[in-house]
Design a protein around this ligand. Structure first.
Ligand SMILES: Nc1ncnc2c1ncn2[C@@H]1O[C@H](COP(=O)(O)OP(=O)(O)OC[C@H]2O[C@@H]([n+]3cccc(C(=O)O)c3)[C@H](O)[C@@H]2O)[C@@H](O)[C@H]1O
Ligand SMILES: Nc1ncnc2c1ncn2[C@@H]1O[C@H](COP(=O)(O)OP(=O)(O)OP(=O)(O)O)[C@@H](O)[C@H]1O
Length: 235
């Protein structure tokens, strides 16, 4: 784990300095992925990093957890409350029963905020997506998927957990059920209809029950567009 940690820190520095940038900005949600990214960025850039805590009708416990991470690891942070801007924005749009269409706005408002602070500070936006989420497209296109660098992009969720334990991320954050926090009661596993253990095992070994295999393959296929640049005509 120590070797992985050092390699990721070195890679972050290399990519940021290659871009003539001087540090990193990232969303600090109170979840495990962003806690790991926060610690990596702090190590890579010391105080040239910024964690944005961006509640948008979020569970207050997430904000507490994000603050706990920032304070424990000395990560510079700023809180930007997006509740009001979300409400005003939603109010000028057509009403919908489509919960996801509305919820994805939260993720995209965070993306806009991150790029604002990236430009102000000459930082790059560091995303928190991991290999498990990226494989099946479990992220909002141009929302939490709209980032410059993905240090966890080759790590399946169980490896992120292992790295988090090595980094001494508080146990309650490592152990809490992963959630995008876009609506009350949402959890990654219930929404995807499979567990990270099932997903990780399939990614690593290709092994899964027929039903799970079909489900994962369908998700991989239908999310292909999220992992490539927008299509243009081939002529
Ligand atoms: N074949 C295709 N070629 C090109 N573009 C295509 C397309 N199919 C859909 N699209 C476009 O993609 C859009 C759908 O994608 P998108 O807007 O992302 O929407 P969608 O994938 O439906 O929703 C995002 C998912 O990511 C989850 N999420 C979000 C944020 C964080 C996390 C987390 O793990 O923390 C998870 C969220 O809970 C939800 O399940 C369509 O509206 C359409 O514009
Ligand atoms: N309230 C928030 N404040 C700041 N950033 C947020 C917030 N909610 C989500 N984000 C950003 O969006 C990313 C995607 O959310 P996601 O839930 O996948 O990650 P996580 O919360 O770190 O970990 P987990 O998947 O284990 O819950 C977060 O890692 C974070 O960068």
């Amino acid at each position: 784990m120590e070797k992985l940690y050092k390699s990721l820190v070195g890679w972050l520095r290399e990519k940021v300095y290659e871009a003539n940038a001087k540090g990193a900005v990232f969303g600090l949600s109170g979840g495990i992925d962003s806690a790991v990214v926060g610690v990596l960025c702090k190590k890579a850039f010391e105080d040239d990093c910024l964690g944005l805590i961006m509640p948008c009708h979020s569970d207050p416990k997430d904000e507490e957890d994000a603050l706990m991470v920032a304070e424990k690891f000395g990560i510079p942070y700023k809180k930007i409350i997006l509740d009001e801007v979300f409400d005003k924005f939603a109010a000028i749009l057509d009403k919908t029963e489509n919960k996801k269409a509305l919820a994805n706005i939260k993720s995209r408002l965070r993306m806009i905020t991150l790029y604002y602070y990236a430009a102000l500070n000459n930082f790059l936006v560091v995303g928190t997506g991991n290999r498990s989420e990226l494989t099946v497209g479990y992220f909002t296109k141009y929302g939490d998927g709209g980032v410059d660098l993905l240090p966890l992009g080759n790590l399946i969720k169980s490896q992120v957990r292992e790295l988090a334990r090595f980094l001494k991320i508080p146990k309650e954050i490592v152990d809490k059920p992963p959630t995008a926090g876009l609506w009350e009661g949402q959890t990654d596993e219930s929404e995807m209809g499979l567990t990270y253990n099932q997903l990780d095992e399939y990614i690593l070994t290709g092994k899964a029950s027929r039903e799970i295999e079909e489900k994962i393959n369908a998700m991989i296929k239908s999310s292909e567009h999220k992992r490539i640049l927008p299509l243009k005509p081939p002529f």
